[in-house]
Design a protein around this ligand. Structure first.
Ligand SMILES: C[S@@+](CC[C@H](N)C(=O)[O-])C[C@H]1O[C@@H](n2cnc3c(N)ncnc32)[C@H](O)[C@@H]1O
Length: 297
């Protein structure tokens, strides 16, 4: 771990009893999350980082961010480093987010089924609390049948969101964009202490396999020959070099001719990758495509 200079103990400024994250301290946490997850926090995110870590400082009874940093750097603090990654990643998501992708998915899997007898594999590569892979599962269940030959792999770096994804229990407002027919088929309404919540039906949940995977090591995914990858609303946190590296390795898990979907606000502009743009947020992987060899064009 990099050694960074720290202010003298007790030099941290305090406001309202809570310590304030200094610029120097912020720089350490920035480097940490860049190295661990590829998340490149802009300077304006200092208040956000302070607010996310402040609760943890209180729980641990620490009076400064410097003390928390010392704890994080200790070689034995694996669990605390994972907890810090969980706190510093942003997990906003909901069912049927960016719905055009799911309309395309429906057409695409039908076309795939006609020409490919084997398993259709879809990867939700930054799945957060599970709304994205379960939305994909609903679409595939409708088009190919719940017992059809298809499977969804859902991964994220954040262990807290993965635990919640596996539980598959959501407040009603997270599912409000789900078409009513799909609600009836794939979501169970909660009663008593689960009033106001829904649970993903077990037969749908069984089609989704959740596991932890850092996109910085995405070539370590156990599955290959993936037909469709959803990599949405995560590239925005990466710098250009990280994007290039992540995507180059991600392509090694894809089937030749397979598709990649990114978020509508994201771009792969000028990145030298074997990906052909079909729509603003949709790409096709062409293994044989010659790269210029210099990374960014
Ligand atoms: C904003 S959510 C996007 C969720 C979903 N894909 C969507 O579009 O609604 C971004 C997710 O990316 C995950 N993430 C960030 N860095 C990651 C990394 N290096 N490896 C894997 N997941 C990462 C975060 O934990 C978070 O759950």
């Amino acid at each position: 771990m990099t050694t960074l200079r720290w202010p003298e103990a007790g030099a941290e400024s305090m406001r309202n009893g809570d310590p304030t994250l200094s610029e120097e301290e912020f720089a350490c946490f920035r480097q940490f999350i860049l190295r661990e997850a590829g998340i490149d926090l802009p300077p304006g995110k200092r208040p956000l980082v302070q607010s996310r870590l402040s609760k943890r400082l209180r729980v641990l009874g620490l009076d400064s961010y410097a003390a928390y940093w010392r704890l994080l750097r200790a070689p034995e603090s694996h669990a605390e480093r994972q907890r810090a990654v969980n706190m510093l990643s942003t997990n906003e998501t909901y069912f049927f987010r960016e719905p055009q992708h799911f309309q395309w998915l429906e057409r695409q899997v039908l076309a795939l089924r006609e020409r490919q007898p084997g398993m259709i594999k879809v990867w939700s590569a930054a799945c957060s609390t599970g709304e994205e892979p379960y939305t994909i599962a609903m679409v595939l269940a409708e088009t190919l049948g719940i017992s059809g030959n298809w499977r969804i792999f859902a991964t994220d770096i954040n262990t807290k969101v993965l635990a919640s994804a596996k539980r598959g229990v959501y407040p009603l407002d997270r599912v409000r964009r789900t078409p009513p027919l799909l609600w009836q088929r794939y979501l169970l309404r909660g009663r008593d202490e689960y009033e106001g919540m829904v649970k993903v039906a077990p037969e749908l949940a069984r089609k989704v396999e959740f596991s932890q995977l850092n996109l910085l090591q995405c070539n370590q995914l156990h599955h290959t020959e993936i037909d469709i990858v959803f990599l949405r609303n995560v590239l925005i946190y990466f710098n250009e070099a990280t994007k290039l590296d992540v995507l180059a390795h991600l392509c090694t898990r894809m089937k030749n001719g397979g598709h990649l979907l990114i978020g509508h606000s994201e771009s792969l502009h000028k990145l030298d990758l074997p990906l052909v743009q079909e729509e603003p947020s949709r790409y096709r992987f062409e293994a044989a495509r010659q790269l210029s060899g210099g990374g960014k064009k």
